[in-house]
Write a protein that binds this ligand. Structure first.
Ligand SMILES: Cc1cc2nc3c(=O)[nH]c(=O)nc-3n(C[C@H](O)[C@H](O)[C@H](O)COP(=O)(O)OP(=O)(O)OC[C@H]3O[C@@H](n4cnc5c(N)ncnc54)[C@H](O)[C@@H]3O)c2cc1C
Length: 441
């Protein structure tokens, strides 16, 4: 491979053009900054794809909260977001789709005994009162409520609740973390439960529009198709080696931001101190598989009116969404088509990852047909994606590793969702944190 050297010492090199890296580079755009992203399309896990007439999000689906860090960033970038005006709260269990216009209505319909319903309602109300404010606050691992939620598994946290209540929680544990309540802490499942009831926003044109807009703002300062192979700290600078257009190149900067997932950071950064190596190696990854199905009839015919996302219990699929939900009615009528996007996690996804896309689509379609038999014969096209998803908070005691996860090593800074509370808001917050570190330095 030919070698080409760039002698100029830049201010900052950002490795990884997912949401975290792009946000950090965008905030530092007035400096001499260079962002290197391996893929030809920026955005990492914010990938959106087209299926038939619709755009759907193969990765991150929604912006959570109207005044969240990500919502504010979208507004600053002029990226249009639409409130998903959910008029029904659905749940799939015992082979049936239940939906109602509110929480109490849904609870009344669910196949549980009256005593269990009352216990669930009382338990949820207590949780909302005690922990509800966490959903609106920036994540602080030192917050006593977060420490409490992260010190135990979901199962231990629930204590002696009835089986049906535990089963409901299991769905939220898997939807949130791809892993069961016997392993994960209640923090993430609780946040997802709260967010299911809160405002969610769809990015017009797909979540990828956000990261594409950030990348556009960087112009020549972002290089796509640039895979970083080595990051090495030298006396007064950091040297980054990367492959681009068949050539091996180096660039140097006063500091570097690693915005890649933990195993890549571990592999690429040379001479890491043991304390950093240890915490990076402790980050575990759950697997997720998403599949989208283009349908020959509008989605509403299968889900009923007002249903945007359905948590699912007792199937391979753990949640399903209607990505055509925010499209104008006239558009949907004109195309006559619908779209459903499903996902699975944990063991199911791990098993599916060993199969071809065609086999995965068929397996998940069978599962979907078992849930909604009217869909049989109505699938026109499908699309599959697999993901590894870090959730550092998912096991009791893991919050203790945050200080070391976030700490810079010399001139190298670390961001990305695994160094914060997860989700896109988490990525943005971790980007703001490293920018602050650099600005203070
Ligand atoms: C299926 C799914 C659904 C989700 N739904 C939601 C949701 O609805 N709402 C929400 O808030 N969050 C959601 N998330 C989570 C959200 O997608 C992530 O938290 C967020 O996008 C992570 O951004 P990041 O920048 O931290 O990491 P990443 O997106 O993983 O970015 C890392 C980047 O580094 C690049 N890279 C890797 N190696 C190299 C290298 N050697 N050189 C250069 N570049 C490299 C990668 O290509 C990638 O672009 C979802 C995630 C998944 C998988």
């Amino acid at each position: 491979m030919a070698e080409a050297k760039e002698e100029n010492v830049l201010d900052t090199i950002v490795v990884g053009g997912g949401l975290a890296g792009l946000t950090a580079a965008y905030r530092l755009r007035d400096r001499d900054v260079l962002l290197l992203e391996k893929e030809e399309i920026p955005g990492g896990r914010t990938v959106s794809r087209k299926l038939g007439p619709y755009v759907y999000n193969a990765g991150a689906q929604v912006i959570l909260g109207d005044s969240s860090p990500l919502a504010r960033l979208a507004d600053e970038l002029d990226v249009k977001r639409t409130l998903i005006a959910k008029s029904k709260l659905p749940f799939f269990t015992n082979g049936k789709l239940y939906s109602a216009s509110g929480q109490i209505g849904l609870l009344r319909k669910l196949p549980m005994s009256l005593a269990d319903k009352l216990r669930f309602a009382w338990f949820s109300l207590r949780l909302k009162r005690k922990y509800g404010s966490l959903a609106d606050k920036p994540f602080d691992p030192k917050d006593p409520k977060i420490i409490e939620l992260n010190s135990t598994t979901v199962d231990q946290f629930l204590g002696s609740v009835p089986r049906s209540v535990r089963d409901l929680w299991e769905v939220f544990a898997v939807v949130a973390t791809t892993t069961g309540g016997d392993v994960v802490t209640p923090y993430h499942p609780l946040m997802v439960l709260l967010f299911f009831l809160e405002d969610e926003y769809f990015v017009e044109g797909g979540t990828n529009q956000l990261t594409i807009a950030l990348c556009r703002m960087l112009g020549e300062k972002a290089k796509l198709g640039a895979e970083v192979v080595e990051v090495k700290e030298m006396d007064d600078r950091v040297q980054v080696t990367y492959d681009l257009d068949g050539a091996r190149k180096t660039a140097q900067a006063r500091q570097c931001i690693m915005a890649t997932q933990a195993p890549i950071t571990l592999k690429v950064v040379q001479d890491l101190p043991d304390w950093k190596r240890d915490v990076l190696a402790r980050i575990e990854y759950g697997s997720m598989t998403t599949a989208a199905f283009l349908l020959s009839e509008p989605s509403e015919r299968f889900l009923g009116k007002g249903v945007w996302r359905v948590p699912v219990q007792g199937q391979m699929i753990c949640a399903l969404t209607d990505p055509s939900y925010t499209y104008p009615r006239e558009f949907k009528e004109e195309t006559g088509q619908g779209l459903l996007r499903v996902y699975t996690g944990d063991k199911v996804s791990k098993e599916l990852m060993g199969r071809s896309d065609g086999e995965v689509a068929e397996t998940l379609m069978d599962d979907l047909v078992a849930m909604l038999p009217q869909i049989k014969g109505k699938v026109v096209e499908s699309d599959v994606a697999h993901w590894y998803h870090a959730l550092p908070l998912w096991k009791p005691g893991h919050d203790a590793i945050y200080p070391n996860l976030q700490a810079p090593t010399g001139r190298i800074h670390y961001c990305g969702d695994y160094t914060g509370p997860g989700f896109m808001n988490g990525s943005v917050l971790t980007a703001y944190r490293v920018v602050e570190e650099i600005e203070k330095a």
